[in-house]
Design a protein around this ligand. Structure first.
Ligand code: DGL
Length: 252
């Protein structure tokens, strides 16, 4: 079989990577995709790094075994824990990671404050600390771990009073002062409308579009672009019940 028809594998700790899958399909509608969510083990963001690394390596190995021509780690947390290992283990497979969109936020909010909403693991790992160091003189970057928000998205709650109250309570201390908010976890763009409502006019940034562009760039470089007019998507989960939720979030 022509390798260009092989799927792009996209995975996350659960439903969050659907926000990245949307950007990928928008940019590359002719590709075939396998989406895998490890909802059985979600959340990743509150676990020790070693455990998340092990789970991430297992997910990638399974998807490569299924023929993935490219792997998109649609999870900031899993990327922080394991992308270096994955690139070393599979040098011939393009590996695309997610990282908080601090660069565009800091450059556009120069001299102001930028709030980064992400998981605890992302905020303590080297990848994030390097970004902090790099942009510390461009903008004041404030970290806000939000594990509860992952739970809202993982349970399919993307709107409603409970979510609004929660968001108002965590964002209220910042809404008068910050100029930009980085959605540094792929679950959060699924809640974008509710977050924007609580954030008012503050601009939101996320890394999904950048990752999709990078995924296309790497396929071009390796001659693996599938230029079919319409591709397919297979949704899989380590928790069978969640496959319907992934579809619902994707097609919504
Ligand atoms: N969606 C993930 C991220 O981008 C992690 C959520 C979690 O499992 O804690 O960081």
């Amino acid at each position: 079989m022509d390798k260009r028809q092989n799927p792009i594998a996209v995975f996350d700790s659960g439903a969050g990577g659907i926000s990245v899958l949307k950007e990928l399909v928008h940019l590359m509608p002719g590709e075939n995709y396998i989406y895998y969510g490890d909802s059985l083990n979600a959340p990743y963001g509150t676990k020790p790094t070693e455990e998340v690394r092990r789970l991430t390596l297992e997910n990638a190995a399974m998807l490569i075994e299924e023929g993935a021509k490219e792997v998109v780690i649609a999870c900031n947390t899993a990327t922080s824990a394991a992308i270096a290992n994955l690139r070393e283990m599979y040098p011939s497979i393009p590996m695309i990671g997610l990282e908080p969109a601090i660069k565009p936020a800091a450059l556009e909010c120069k001299g102001g404050k930028v709030l980064v909403m992400a998981t605890e693991l992302t905020l303590r790992e080297k990848k994030f600390l390097c970004l902090l160091e790099k942009y510390k003189d461009t903008a004041e970057i404030i970290s806000l771990p939000c594990p509860e928000l992952v739970e809202f998205a993982e349970n399919g709650i993307t709107e409603g009073k409970e979510l609004d109250n929660y968001l108002n309570s965590i964002l209220a201390p910042y809404t008068d002062t910050v100029k930009g908010i980085v959605l540094g976890c792929t679950h959060f763009p699924l809640l974008r409308n509710a977050i924007q409502k609580a954030a008012g006019k503050i601009k939101l940034y996320d890394g999904g579009i950048g990752a999709a562009k990078e995924a296309l760039h790497r396929l071009n470089e390796t001659g693996l672009v599938n230029d079919a007019s319409c591709g397919s998507i297979v949704f899989k989960s380590s928790l069978k019940d969640k496959e319907e939720l992934y579809k619902k979030l994707f097609y919504n």
